[in-house]
Design a binder for this molecule. Structure first.
Ligand code: NAI
Ligand code: MG
Length: 332
């Protein structure tokens, strides 16, 4: 039995979460849900976007499913990452049929360091307002942790290569350290048949467009990972398609990349795929590989058939109709 924290949030976050819970009924897994409030509506009601009660629910759970928040998203999600020490941000770049993917043969993972680098929030503006300085912190411990995670992920998922991405020719000290640590960890995994390579981030940005099929797992620092993972999302089309995971030593939080989409919220027409693929990631994380495969396959089939899909995919089904088609596929 797994304890799952369910935090639907605002707008279409609630709608795609309802779809996820509907589809989960078809899988034969013992899940116990605990619901937590967070986001704009919660702030209006309670005065807080992320009440302590919700943090406690998430901390106690084996994993958390998060929908989307509205204007308070940064407070909610950044705070949850800190509270739970979710050091790895995972964004799969996988093409599914029937979507606006630019390539139909992509399947790789971007592993982004989530706790330091350029996003430590240490910036200064000079008194005259003409010079601004941002600190970029790279530590051995965080680099080891994220590189270990990436190589272990490769090993667990039958990937044969990990690409370390940096800018060590210019950022000699910070990325010099990151690159050194990357190859130290690589050595341990070489013996297990996992290859390592490294590229500069600018070259990587180009390779993602010219030969994205060559990647299996990419590991990189915070800012570079933020940018490259959005590029990856662009390769496989549409916000309604892109899931993500935030992983720590004591838990994981799984969420679609999209927000609360106020322009379509309440209409029940949001594409549930990003949320459902986040569920696939959660099931893999929990070790429920068979269920993850079943769900992934059902999503793929419904997308490929292109009959019961939402309007962003060119169909005319609503959120729950598409979710129900996926649920029926699982049931066979
Ligand atoms: P958004 O992702 O909510 O929407 C961008 C566009 O994509 C909209 O036209 C929307 O209709 C469409 N879209 C997004 N998800 C879709 C889906 N599943 N199916 C069909 N269409 C979809 O981003 P936006 O508009 O920049 O932000 C809206 C609100 O969401 C803001 O308050 C923002 O702060 C919040 N937000 C929250 C995030 C989170 O909770 N992790 C992430 C991004 C934004
Ligand atoms: Mg981003």
């Amino acid at each position: 039995m797994y304890k799952i924290a369910i935090v639907p949030g605002d707008g279409i976050g609630k709608e795609v979460m309802k779809a996820a819970l509907h589809v989960l009924e078809a899988l034969n897994i013992d899940l116990e849900y605990e619901f937590g409030e967070a986001g704009d509506e919660c702030k209006e009601k309670t005065g807080e976007a992320l009440p302590q009660k919700t943090i406690d629910i998430v901390k106690k759970a084996d994993a958390c499913l998060f929908g989307a928040a509205g204007e308070t998203a940064a407070d909610v999600i950044v705070r949850l990452r800190q509270e739970m020490e979710l050091f790895a941000n995972l964004r799969p770049v996988k093409s599914y049929p029937g979507t606006k993917a630019l390539f139909n043969d992509l399947d790789f993972m971007i592993v982004r360091e989530n706790t330091e680098g350029m996003y430590v929030g240490e910036e200064e503006l000079s008194e005259d307002g003409n010079t601004a300085i941002a600190k970029r912190i790279i530590t051995r411990s965080a680099s080891e942790r994220i590189c270990n995670y990436a190589f272990q992920y490769a090993k667990d998922n039958n990937k044969k290569k990990v690409t370390g991405v940096h800018k060590a020719n210019v950022l000699k000290k910070t990325d010099g350290l990151f690159k050194r640590v990357f190859y130290e960890i690589a050595e341990k995994y070489n013996a297990e048949g996992i290859e390592a390579e490294d590229f500069y981030v600018d070259a990587t940005a180009m390779y993602l467009l010219t030969r994205p099929q060559s990647f299996e797992v990419i590991v990189t620092t915070n800012l570079f990972g933020d940018i490259l993972s959005d590029e990856g999302a662009g390769l496989v089309g549409g916000l309604g398609m892109i899931p993500s995971a935030n992983i720590g030593e004591n838990g994981g939080l799984f969420e679609p990349v999209h927000g609360s989409a106020p322009d379509i919220a309440g209409e029940g027409i949001a594409n549930p795929t990003a949320m459902l693929l986040s569920v696939v990631m959660m099931l893999n994380y929990l070790g429920e590989k068979e269920s993850a495969k079943l769900l992934d396959k059902a999503i793929l089939e419904v997308l490929a058939e292109a009959k019961t899909v939402t309007s962003d995919l060119g169909g005319n089904s609503n959120t729950m109709e598409m979710a129900d088609a996926i649920k029926k596929r699982i049931n066979g």
